[in-house]
Design a protein around this ligand. Structure first.
Ligand code: NAI
Length: 688
């Protein structure tokens, strides 16, 4: 690029003016690999924009000097430090002021976008007159604020509506989804999607001869009419309510209200947007969702990159789990071989992989190159070249040991050996190995393509280095690694099981299944426990329950055993607790005058919480934050509550403890508070 003279250098920005009097404003946030809009970044931008107002150039281009993208959003870390709603409002109003300065510059302005352009970054781009995005798979544009319990707050609601029209803009903001450059162009979020090599020239030619902006077609504008808005808003509220309850997730509803009531008056809508975000930002939901975002970053950090990225993955066992693990690893870019005893099984693996790739990749060329990376390998020839070997055969100690004895001599000396066992202590398996330190558990969840967590199981003999390698591997396949010790059920299944069992006990007591599930969903679980058990498969639930009951004080309900004996295994057989039609459970509503037990929700949730406390006492995970992260990402535990330990502390440890004691008096020893409570009660007392 012809840079000409440098006019101004800031800590985070660099302002260059070229001989055509175009200004190029580059963001390169100091001490950070990613650009975010921190207070410091915004203050400097304000200074630069004031300068440009005083000495208007012929045109302005804003771009990022970072390879990975434009701007990933606001600096979320700063969102947790507001002392009051007023302080939050002031920060938001500053953002408004700065983006208004950008919008009102007396020259054509361009956001030149590559990589991430999300949240506040997208809002900044929307304040520019033109947006050019690089047409590449790395480019992602969107307004994902709703996922943090807020909505766009730097004027983005108003500007997105103007750019894309109400239906599209609201859809973008309500779902929080991100889009490719081409999709964004179709939606009018950007004006041009061009290959990297044309980006600079495209910007220059626009500045030289700014094209006329095409206004929104009349039919899109019509949807903004004040007589139509209440109807559209009503429909949108109904759609949102199917996914997120207003009481738990207020942001999408606030956004719809904002549009419905203020879309006629730009200035008022801007003011109301700021007020609405400030109020959401200091609310519990946003603070908890921001916490969850932080926990996710913590888990990602545990999978730090290691030298020498593995290239070849060999999976043994092509059943439910192994097949999907192999398909997933190939989708994530690895060369994968999949070994099984049977031809037919391998055929099914490839078919399932094809279905997954078709859904995810859509383009035939991408599907076939990904399938090329997944090689069926009945005899296991590829084992010898593998950097990572993942075992996912039958859950049987002897069978697994025998396999390990057979494969170890064929493996590369430094290859990592992982087992997907869900219940066998790693020590029992490592006994079969000459180098027991190489074995680490990599406990995936079903369905592999949907569940973001992998428990990284550390056996007594696993070396620290291999635990780190396994975590890094998990991260490299876009999964969140959670280190746990090798104890029955690890973290997630151990915590989930008492909750599922309590649900079955309630069913045995005659509480209608739908009522049990509805109560859990009402608490914020993504699916009720009965439907979850049916979906996972009752045979698998029974197996895990039986194994856990050998070490934990749980008794397996007869009802579960009876259903399995009758081969009513849930969704996969079309009948479990529920009957399934077209893959959906048929739920019958209870009698009109049925009154559910008042403590139903407490019974379900507190059994889970009690078990989390027990896991912490046992040292299954290192700390309460990791326990929260594991339970949220492993079970979908109500994210807006910030995790079970956070929920406990939020409600008051003492109060929840008393509730548990009452349940113990009412229902017996399964509600006995774990001895680990003492520590948390003392901690609460110490904190006053
Ligand atoms: P599965 O029964 O569906 O598949 C096992 C596969 O291993 C079969 O295709 C079988 O032919 C193959 N196999 C058995 N012995 C073999 C050998 N010596 N060499 C090559 N292939 C062999 O079992 P699933 O459900 O996939 O479970 C596998 C492992 O994953 C188990 O350790 C299980 O505990 C664990 N797991 C299962 C979960 C689930 O939801 N099903 C969840 C998490 C872990």
């Amino acid at each position: 690029m012809d840079t000409g003279m440098t006019d101004k250098t800031y800590k985070h920005w660099q302002l260059e003016q070229d001989e055509e009097n175009f200004v190029w404003l580059h963001l390169d946030k100091a001490d950070s690999s990613t650009n975010t809009l921190s207070e410091a970044v915004l203050m400097e931008l304000e200074d630069a924009l004031n300068y440009l107002h005083r000495q208007p150039p012929r045109g302005l281009v804003i771009r990022s000097a970072k390879e990975n993208g434009f701007i990933a959003g606001a600096d979320i870390g700063e969102f947790t430090h507001f002392e009051s709603q007023h302080a939050a409002l002031e920060a938001i109003q500053r953002g408004h002021r700065i983006f208004n300065l950008l919008e009102s510059l007396n020259c054509p302005t361009i956001a030149l976008i590559h990589g991430y352009c999300l949240g506040g970054g997208m809002e900044m781009a929307l304040a520019c007159r033109y947006r050019i995005a690089e047409d590449s798979p790395e480019t992602r544009l969107g307004l994902p604020e709703v996922r943090l319990g807020i909505h766009p707050g730097f004027g983005g609601t108003v500007r997105a509506l103007k750019a894309a029209g109400p239906l599209t803009a609201l859809n973008i903001m309500l779902t929080g989804r991100s889009f490719s450059a081409r999709a964004a162009k179709k939606m009018r979020l950007v004006h041009y999607a061009v290959p990297r090599r044309h980006l600079l020239n495209a910007a220059r030619s626009i500045l030289r001869k700014p094209p006329k902006q095409t206004p929104l077609p009349w039919w899109l504008k019509l949807l903004n009419h004040r007589l139509l808005r209440p109807w559209i808003a009503k429909y949108m509220v109904k759609t949102v309510a199917k996914k997120a309850a207003r009481a738990h997730y207020p942001a999408p509803y606030a956004l719809i209200d904002l549009w419905q009531h203020y879309a006629d008056d730009r200035e008022q809508m801007l003011r109301e947007e700021a007020a609405s975000v400030a109020s959401l930002l200091v609310g519990k939901t946003a603070q908890n969702l921001i916490r969850v975002f932080g926990l996710q970053e913590t888990l990602k950090g545990l999978g730090r990159k290691l030298d020498g990225k593995p290239k070849y993955v060999h999976v043994i066992g092509g059943g439910v789990m192994g097949g999907d693990i192999a398909a997933w690893c190939a989708l994530q870019g690895y060369q994968v071989s999949i070994q099984d005893r049977e031809h037919e099984t391998l055929g099914r693996v490839i078919q399932r992989a094809f279905d997954l790739y078709k859904k995810r990749l859509k383009k035939p060329r991408l599907i076939s190159t990904t399938l090329d990376r997944l090689m069926p390998d009945l005899p296991g020839h590829a084992l010898a070249r593998a950097d990572v070997v993942i075992e996912a055969i039958f859950e049987d100690v002897e069978v697994k040991r025998e396999l390990f004895r057979a494969i170890e001599p064929q493996m590369k000396a430094d290859a990592l050996l992982c087992t997907n066992t869900s219940s066998i202590p790693l020590e029992a398996l490592a006994e079969a190995l000459k180098k027991p330190e190489r074995l680490v558990g990599l406990h995936f969840f079903n369905p592999v393509a949907k569940m973001p967590l992998i428990e990284i199981v550390r056996g007594k003999s696993s070396s620290e280095e291999n635990v780190q390698r396994a975590s890094a591997f998990a991260k490299s396949i876009s999964r969140l690694p959670l280190p746990v010790t090798s104890s029955p059920g690890f973290l997630v299944n151990r915590v989930l099981m008492p909750y599922l069992i309590e649900a079955v006990i309630l069913a045995e007591e005659g509480v209608p299944l739908k009522v049990i599930d509805d109560e859990a969903v009402e608490f914020g679980m993504p699916m009720g426990p009965i439907e979850l058990a049916d979906t996972v498969g009752l045979d698998i639930c029974l197996k895990v329950a039986d194994i856990l009951s050998q070490n934990m004080d749980i008794s397996v309900p007869e009802k579960l055993r009876t259903l399995v004996e009758r081969s009513q295994l849930g969704k996969k057989t079309g009948q479990g607790f529920y009957a399934f039609k077209k893959g959906k459970p048929v739920k019958t509503a209870p009698d009109k005058d049925y009154i559910p037990p008042a403590d139903l929700q407490e019974r379900l949730i507190l059994r889970m919480v009690n078990e989390v406390i027990a896991c912490l006492r046992d040292g299954v995970v290192d700390n309460a934050d990791l326990a929260d992260a594991g339970i949220i990402f492993g079970t979908g535990f109500a994210p807006f509550r910030g995790g079970p330990m956070h929920y406990l502390q939020d409600r008051g440890t003492q109060q929840v403890y008393k509730m548990l004691e009452q349940l113990q008096q009412r229902y017996g020893q399964r509600f006995t508070p774990d001895s680990g409570w003492q520590q948390w009660l003392e901690q609460e007392a110490d904190n006053g």
